[in-house]
Design a protein. Structure first.
Length: 245
């Protein structure tokens, strides 16, 4: 219940902030090309992630693919906002040991060979832009909500002491550095290379007493594209005499 309330709070604050900025923009200030004030952007990226912390989450970890979607709003020349759903997972080497024998497979020992940690998230960022011409870069940071799931042979792992499943919603944080270049023939379209950091605050001494009790952190490198468009266009002036002035 508390996780749902936190998710709702993050989404509500984000929508209120965007609504306030949108209201402040005048129709005549909405530009027509590129990432200019008053415009929105949609896009996606694919890349890879490596789980470098924490504890059992990172011991023996192997990088895997990551997928991220973006919705952006350009507030002004220097500031913007981004909403991002994302998904990635993490595999493990066979010689790494899990903290306990999986109750679902008691005869397989403690090898992590068939273990996966899945991370599904939604984040909201405030971004600062710099650059000139058809190229720009940004720094972004903000809160996130993550669902973290630990599986073995595609079955969720259960703590042998508390009998809690390792499947939960957690608050988190994200930060990123991106370099974006707009195409000459398609000025509303850009290609972007991004490096990011993600953290899920999943540690719970009450739920995970036997192991997998930490705050997983991910380093990510991804590449993709964006398309920028007008949220709304000025109303066309009437052609009738005396109107549209």
């Amino acid at each position: 219940m508390y996780s749902r309330f936190r998710v709702a709070s993050v989404v509500a604050l984000t929508l209120l902030a965007t609504a306030g900025v949108s209201h402040a923009q005048q129709a005549d200030s909405v530009a027509t090309k590129g990432a200019l004030p008053g415009r929105g952007g949609i896009g996606g990226q694919i890349g890879g992630t490596y789980m470098f912390a924490d504890g059992d989450y990172s011991e023996g970890s192997q990088p895997r693919l990551s997928f991220t979607g973006h919705f952006r709003y350009v507030i002004n020349k220097r500031w913007g906002w981004q909403f991002s759903p994302s998904f990635t997972w993490n595999g493990y080497v066979s010689h790494a040991d899990a903290p306990f024998v999986d109750l679902n497979f008691p005869n397989e020992g403690v090898s992590k060979q068939f273990y996966l940690t899945q991370v599904l998230g939604v984040s909201s960022q405030l971004q600062w832009y710099a650059g000139s011409g058809r190229s720009r870069w940004h720094l972004g940071a903000g809160p996130a909500v993550y669902r973290v799931v630990v599986q073995n042979h595609r079955k969720v792992v259960e703590d042998p002491f508390t009998h809690e499943l390792h499947d939960g919603m957690h608050m988190g944080a994200v930060g990123e550095l991106g370099v974006e270049h707009f195409l000459k023939r398609l000025p509303n379209t850009s290609l972007e290379l991004t490096a990011s950091w993600q953290a899920a605050f999943a540690k719970s001494n009450g739920r995970w007493q036997t192991g997998w009790n930490g705050n997983p952190m991910l380093a990510e490198l991804r590449f993709g594209g964006h398309y920028y468009y007008d949220f709304r266009k000025p109303k066309p002036k009437s052609t009738k005499p005396g109107l549209g002035r």
